[in-house]
Design a protein. Sequence first.
Length: 493
Amino acid sequence: MAEPVFYDPRRARWRRLRRAFDITAVVVSALIIFFVFTALRDEPLPELLFSPQKRAFKALKESERAKAHERTRKAAARSRRKSKLAASQVTLNQSEGIRAGFYVPWDAASFSSLRSFAHQMDMLYPDWLHVLTPDGRLQGVEDQTNKFFDVIEGKNILPVDDRVMPFLKNENPAMEVFPMVNNNDGTDWVDISGFLNDPDARARFRREAGQFLSSGRYRGLMIDFEAFPAKGQPGYVALLRELSQDLHSRGMKLYVAVPPHNDEFDYPALAAAVDGVVLMDYDEHYPGGKSGPVASQDWFLDNLKYARKVIPQNKIICAIANYGYDWVLKPKDGKLPPGEHDAGVSVQEAWLAARDSDEDVNFDDEAMNPHFSYLDERNLRHDIWFVDAVTALNHMRVAQSLGIQTFALWRLGSEDRSLWRIWDMPGDPGAPDKLRDVPGRNSPHRRQAGPWHAGSYDRSRQQADHGRGFPEPAGALPRRPLRLQHEQSGNHV
């Protein structure tokens, strides 16, 4: 009898089928366990590509915004100001420190700094007015064309600003504005000795200056006449005396900016004629000359010591730098390519140059100023020296050790923005720690010890001896060297 087709007396088929069932069971069990595990595991999902849901944000009411600004302004004032007097009414370098800043309309970053830090300044010196001709007429610069124009045309007063005064009216009405008059034509200092020594030209200038001051909420003038021949000095003193009488009769003040330790300037006579002398303690080296520190520590200190001998301390305003210079060294053939020349740079531009050239920023032990060198695409060597917040802290502290409490910043827009962290209270023991991080465009950069590298910058180095300075941090966007411690004038950035 034939066996059935599926008959399997040895049960071999069953064993194979059972093995398949077992494997299937194991796989299914593993899949179930994996599913349960992944379902219960708290794994964040990747961001979806859908547009995020918009939340219903609202702007602050005008009254709330005004209150917030007022709280910020008062908090900054409380940190330094001890009285409610207007800054120009405070006796300088006695009971409290006054803070001032130079503003330039030709750099958008200057207005940005003003907008961000107006609450930390008491006085503003805007670079608006110029005297460039022997007849003494007052001139301004047209923003779009960069051409000079006469500010006074008959009875008409042409505007030189459409941003600063409206901004201050809303944000810091207590800040006193002293428009600055200089003899710079945008490229160089003009010889104005003819104007200074001409009584009729001086009278015209005084008349037009008075007309201009009547057009706005101004508290007086800042005069910054530089690099004119010594023969113009007698006329300069005469002009300041005449201006002082004019302004005082209207309840206004007169300030003058002077280079440090310059034998051509009669400091006692100038100081006697004005309400405050702004000592421009920088430009030790400048474009067109040999490269070197913008304001070395000992040089800065010596200038202050000399100033205290020839200017009453209650009239000294110490102007500190926060900018740099980029010197282009001549090649062996002695000629620079067209368009290459020494130039001023902001602190930010100096850091970026170090980063782009992959150079370390070094801190000169003697000068106490940061610097570095690099080769450009034409194989020309560049030497960059600059003054950052740490250097400024050294300068402010050594000035304070001499009893100088009043400071002005040259200039808004070129500064290391971490300077504002210590601007009000440079003598605070914690001031160096506030400078260890360099604020960048997107993220802070850490100042690390040693030379600066592109990417980090630690300013904390050893403490300097008390005679020259104070403990300071080092570091850079490129890393900026940091050393705290205890800078001539004219070619400011």
